[in-house]
Design a binder for this molecule. Structure first.
Ligand SMILES: Cc1cc2nc3c(=O)[nH]c(=O)nc-3n(C[C@H](O)[C@H](O)[C@H](O)COP(=O)(O)O)c2cc1C
Length: 385
């Protein structure tokens, strides 16, 4: 083994789940499930390839949690019924034949839904039309719909959906779950001041805007037991507002991270365009450093860590315990093995890797890609940065 990456390749664990190294696949929506939200054989092969390629932990694409407002994209997989549980079993059993673990990311799209087989309506904390346009990349076009304001009952349904989905994920053989609290989806819509204008217990001060996330964490924890890994993904950036920053700066970070830890998360997975960059302004600590500063929880870092030297340094400096790789992993499904063996990594090429994906062909969407793809902006020429 190349000694320079000895930390990346050191074993660790999340709760009692042993991980062979500190390298994870970041969750990535691929809209390649059946229209009924069933994971396919191709998806089993796709995820298994990363396991074969040396990733110690696979985190699935965002998977919807109920038959109401959670589905975000057509051909997104779900985890809400027996057929979907069975379909995911082929993925978990195949991945686990390798030396890897697999967590499911649980996602409720809320007002950012642009393809839901159960309803044409969207719902969110308040009647605020999301900024920007739907992601053409995932088959949408034009403005987002004006969401219906979620009632108390809708909110309880969101929580119960997450709980049932977590239990289903456990039944399907997942080693843990990650709650999608990032990127502008429903939990982030509640957290964000300008999308949450509620006057009730779920709106107002940051503690109240965080309340739904906290209730989801606690309810899942109670349902799956103390031993089952449950974490949350948090970001400032949103798919439709990539430059967003928390207004309260470090004080917001302190409240968010300490309350999530108190609620019982086993890890906080931070997704920033650049994990190592200052969280607020030109200087100061990064968001991962703030999780370390205010909690004792496991910190997973994501964002521009495809260059192994940077990832290794971050771990060595004690800024994170684990890293996940997104686009560089799509370009190198064997990223971990290549790094271990000192082999050359392929560059991520949007045209080659993502453009040919099924949803574009299916919806005949032209590559008008103003895709604020979770840390990436691509122009119509397919060049991304
Ligand atoms: C095709 C694609 C799909 C994505 N889908 C998701 C998703 O389902 N859930 C999520 O939390 N982040 C998603 N992301 C964001 C990635 O997990 C990651 O945060 C982002 O790519 C930045 O990491 P990187 O610099 O290693 O690529 C997606 C990114 C890409 C490129």
């Amino acid at each position: 083994m190349t000694l320079e990456f000895s930390t990346l390749f050191s074993a660790t664990n999340i709760k009692a789940i042993p991980l062979t190294n500190r390298i994870g696949l970041a969750p990535m929506t691929r809209t390649s499930a059946t229209p009924e939200g069933l994971a396919t054989e191709d998806m089993a092969r796709y995820y298994t390839n990363f396991a074969k390629g040396g990733f110690g932990l696979i985190i699935t694409e965002g998977t919807y949690t109920d038959d109401q407002y959670s589905q975000g994209y057509f051909n997104q997989p779900g985890i809400i019924n027996e057929a979907q549980i069975d379909a995911w079993k082929q993925v978990t059993s195949s991945v686990k034949q390798q030396d890897a673990k697999i967590f499911m990311q649980l996602m409720h799209a809320g007002a950012l839904s642009q393809g839901n087989r159960y309803t044409t309506e969207t719902a969110g904390p308040s009647a605020v039309k999301p900024q920007g346009e739907q992601l053409g990349f995932y088959g949408g076009s034009g403005e987002f719909a004006l969401p219906k304001v979620m009632t108390e009952t809708d909110i309880q349904n969101v929580i119960q959906g997450f709980v049932k989905a977590a239990k289903n994920a456990k039944e399907a053989g997942f080693d843990g779950v990650e709650i999608h609290g990032a990127n502008g989806y429903v939990l982030d819509q509640f957290l964000t001041d300008y999308t949450n204008e509620r006057q009730d217990e779920y709106g107002g001060a940051i503690e109240k805007r965080l309340r739904l996330s906290i209730e989801v964490v606690k309810a899942i924890r109670e349902a799956v037991g103390v031993d089952y890994p449950v974490g949350i993904r948090i970001s400032q950036a949103k798919v439709n507002d990539p430059n967003h920053k928390w207004k309260g700066g470090e004080s917001d970070a302190e409240i968010i991270f300490t309350k999530l830890e108190d609620a019982g998360v086993d890890f906080i997975h931070i997704a920033e365009p650049n994990a190592a960059a200052p969280a607020f302004g030109e200087s100061g600590p990064s968001l991962i450093e703030l999780v370390k500063k205010y909690t004792d929880t496991v910190v997973i870092a994501n964002g521009s860590l495809g260059e192994p030297n940077i990832a290794e340094a971050l771990l060595n400096d004690g800024k994170a315990d684990f890293v996940t790789v997104g686009k560089a992993a799509l370009a190198n499904q064997d990223w971990a093995n290549k790094v271990k063996e000192g082999k050359q990594l392929e560059e991520f090429d949007f045209q080659k890797i993502l453009l040919p994906q099924a949803s574009l062909k299916e919806f005949e969407v032209k590559p008008k890609i103003e895709w604020l793809g979770e840390g990436m902006v691509c122009g119509p020429d397919g060049n991304c940065n």
